[in-house]
Design a protein around this ligand. Structure first.
Ligand code: SF4
Length: 314
């Protein structure tokens, strides 16, 4: 379906999805991709549905939603492939502007070394760049790029874009066990993100069946270690795990708040104690959540942390 939602999104609020790429035209064959396998990776920008066709569909859906009194926070290009492969993306954005709704694009960044792609992305209010690795070998193993792509030019393209872009820039990094969660990988990604300076760096873990069955999420210990290394250099770092609930507003229910917050980032022991005290709750509540397998205790440099348990379905 070319238009879907609106769906509630942690990053984008109520987001009306625009699928400007049919499944699955992509420059990558990410091993964790949930859309399915890429039969042939590609990097030539071309015409798919055309701007007028998509804009018409969006306009109709927006009118319908407005009639029902529903709000839309973003029109979001989150297709079943790489959105910047669409040669009509810029024109589509221009023609959506009169609707007065913010526009978001989630890109794998693979074509950002091209000036025309950077110019197109600049038209959006919110852009998410994929930064899964800064190491050529890991990148090849994890993202399986089209043969002519070079990681170094992509990273340079991202830096150029970040300097010029005036909208909201965020990044997303998929963390995969035995691929990009080692200490060295974390340090490399942290150094790059520190220079790129996104408003927020999001870290995801594979939660749905990936393209390749040997792909697994990292353990909670690995996630904690990764977070501790990256958050020292990158101030706004969050996990995006699908379990998040509402980590921003306190519900007054200590268990719910603990689950929400620990899904977004590991919590120090003292922070957990403070949250309990604020809600007149006691330590056995934490012990129960650990016993039920909902959160787990882990350590970093002699300090205890609590993190939402991702490795088992609740
Ligand atoms: S870039 Fe996105 S659509 Fe393309 S293979 Fe990777 S995860 Fe799938």
């Amino acid at each position: 379906m070319e238009i879907f939602g609106p769906i509630p999104s942690r990053r984008l609020g109520r987001s009306l999805g625009i699928n400007n790429i049919p499944p699955k035209s992509c420059s990558y064959y990410c091993t964790y991709c949930q859309v399915g396998p890429t039969e042939q990776t590609e990097i030539e920008r071309r015409h798919f549905y055309g701007a007028d066709y998509l804009v018409e569909l969006v306009k109709k859906r927006v009118a319908q939603l407005r009639e029902q009194g529903e709000t839309i926070d973003h029109l979001s290009f989150v297709p079943d492939g790489e959105p910047t492969l669409d040669a009509d993306l810029g024109e589509t954005i221009d023609k959506l502007r009169p609707l007065g709704i913010k526009i978001a694009i989630i890109t794998n960044s693979s074509l950002i070394w091209r000036e025309d792609v950077r110019e197109t992305l600049k038209k959006a209010d919110w852009v998410s760049l994929k930064v899964d690795s800064v190491d050529e070998k890991i990148w090849h193993r994890l993202n399986i790029p089209e043969g002519n792509l070079k990681l170094v030019t992509i990273l340079e393209g991202m830096m150029t874009f970040a300097k010029e872009y005036t909208g909201t820039l965020v990044t997303e990094t998929m963390l995969v066990k035995d691929r990009n969660v080692s200490k060295d990988s974390a340090i490399g990604i942290a150094d790059f993100l520190c220079r790129l300076n996104p408003e927020k760096a999001y870290f995801l873990i594979p939660t749905r069946p990936p393209a390749i069955s040997s792909i697994h999420p990292p353990s909670e210990e690995e996630l904690n270690l990764f977070y501790q290394i990256v958050s020292q250099k990158v101030p706004h770092t969050e996990y995006l795990t699908g379990y998040e609930g509402n980590a921003f507003a306190s519900t007054g229910n200590a268990a719910e708040d603990l689950l929400s917050i620990t899904a977004v980032h590991p919590m120090r022991l003292e922070a957990v104690r403070e949250l309990l005290a604020k809600n007149q709750a006691n330590w056995p509540l934490v012990e129960n959540l650990v016993k039920e397998g909902k959160i787990m205790e882990t350590e970093y440099e002699g300090q205890k942390f609590y993190i939402r348990r991702f490795t088992k379905d609740k």
